[in-house]
Design a protein around this ligand. Sequence first.
Ligand SMILES: Cc1ncc(C[n+]2csc(CCOP(=O)(O)OP(=O)(O)O)c2C)c(N)n1
Ligand SMILES: [Mg+2]
Length: 371
Amino acid sequence: MTKADMSPDLAAASGAPACSAESTHVAGPHAERLENLYPATPATVSHDEGLMLYRDMVLGRRFEDKCAEMYYRGKMFGFVHLYNGQEAVSTGVIKAMKAQHDWFCSTYRDHVHALSAGVPAREVMSELFGKETGCSKGRGGSMHLFSKEHHLLGGYAFIGEGIPVALGAAFTSRYMRDALGDASSDAVTAAFFGDGTCNIGQFYECLNMAALWRLPILFVVENNKWAIGMDHNRATSDPEIWRKAAAFGMAGEEVDGMDVLAVRAAAQRAIERARAGEGPTLLECLTYRYRGHSLADPDELRAEAEKEFWAKRDPIKGLAAHLIEHKLATSEELQAIDKQIDAEITDCVEFALAAPEPKPEELTRYIWAED
Ligand SMILES: Cc1ncc(C[n+]2csc(CCOP(=O)(O)OP(=O)(O)O)c2C)c(N)n1
Ligand SMILES: [Mg+2]
């Protein structure tokens, strides 16, 4: 509860401090925070890197748009949570890490993390259709993507479930290097989770242990202001999540989560620290989801002014404008990428539709690792 929500008597009695939920900004306190961010040092990027980042974000966006279409056409079942608007976080962090070397843990909003980590679109779409060719063999579905090959340690339906799993991966890397003498064991792990998840116990327990053992881990908070229908500013004592790092003596940073270059630069700093044995980082990315919480959510709660504010900061349009302005790419090159991605999306849907269902007699297969 914030002071704004309390009755005047209760507010006076509690002595609760004025909270940013009382923001007078037309798009609310989350938008105000983004506008007031200390401007990041402009990040540099090469032509090839810029196109790679653009490609990854467009892939994520168009994959999710196609998911919405397929869901409403009855091709997917269960809850499906899309990532539209948050692409700069997945791309900025995962593309700064070493593919098939570093490790990732996701949430139920996991399709785009899997794509950024290199899981083929065919395997992700097949999984969403419950097909045998899916990355979890059709047994997991939207919220349970997994790929040993691409070091994706899973999507998780329970919030915060992935954080201790990521901590275990980071511990393993450290243990193999320091206790077992494997000098090549320098992998870093990234755990992705939302603002709402930062109010549960596992988050704090894992920050504590990661700091205590100086584990090579990035706690990446995708602060999109909402936890289903709960406004972050009404649910947490200090909305600035990155500040909670200080309580554990670890590095904390906040970053414009709509700016892929800023996210990438912050991730690179954190990865460098982690690989050098300097321990974990709590990286809070200020972002926004463009759709409802899941495809079952009609998204009627959020104010239009708020949605408009964030729509103007579309991370894909932002990167495209940057690349063109700095003569790092032409609009023809970007359009060619858009076309390639459209073809890839069409291909993955056709592949997934034609793929076989798991056999009923193999219902329990893959429960154990030996399968
Ligand atoms: C342990 C647990 N408690 C409650 C829920 C119900 N639940 C599903 S999503 C969600 C909100 C999470 O919000 P946030 O962490 O901000 O992630 P976002 O959906 O915004 O990406 C909650 C409470 C859950 N899945 N798991
Ligand atoms: Mg959230």
